[in-house]
Design a protein around this ligand. Sequence first.
Ligand SMILES: O=C(O)CCC(=O)C(=O)O
Length: 208
Amino acid sequence: MQQMGLGFEQKDEILVLDSDQSNASVQYYPNFIIEPEASNLLSELLSGVEWQAESLWIAGKERLVPRRVAWYGDPDAQYRYSGKLHQPLPWIEPLKRLKAMLQSELNTSFNSVLCNLYRDGKDSMGWHADDEKELGHEPVIASVSLGQARAFHLKHKTNPKLRHKMTLTSGSLLVMQGTTQQYWLHQVPKEPNITEPRINLTFRNIKV
Ligand SMILES: O=C(O)CCC(=O)C(=O)O
């Protein structure tokens, strides 16, 4: 992989949600990976990640989730999501490099990454919080987006007046931390007119 042009400067940060007002701490860095590195990384991960179809049990029926997924991490970073225990695939070079950059920029540790491939606008992810007990009390989730820009919605779990809509563009980094997962849900809605793929990588630290 080529050297990534990290545009991670304080002036790039957009504060999305602030803990004083909303019990959430969400920051957005639109230029975390600049071009052409973002496009190169997208191509590399489209072909290099072991994308898997995944199913969920809903109301007694097994249904495919509307996206492709892959879980990479340290050997002991097992993660239960969608009702299943996932064993991590061993790190591949581009994910390992991104992890190292995020760790040094955010001054935190990650031992795993959930990769999601939205093949087009019919793929999506429903409302949820990354609040599994393995992630600990106030997890830091670092979410890198590549490829097609997609809408990202946040809503407070109990106060219907607190909602936020944004667009996650290619090369951006969204950081959710503090009590965000405790108080808020997020989703990537379907956008049926979109025909291009998007990859999202959420780096996490599983408590082992
Ligand atoms: O695709 C995204 O931006 C969000 C992914 C997400 O919510 C997750 O992996 O839990």
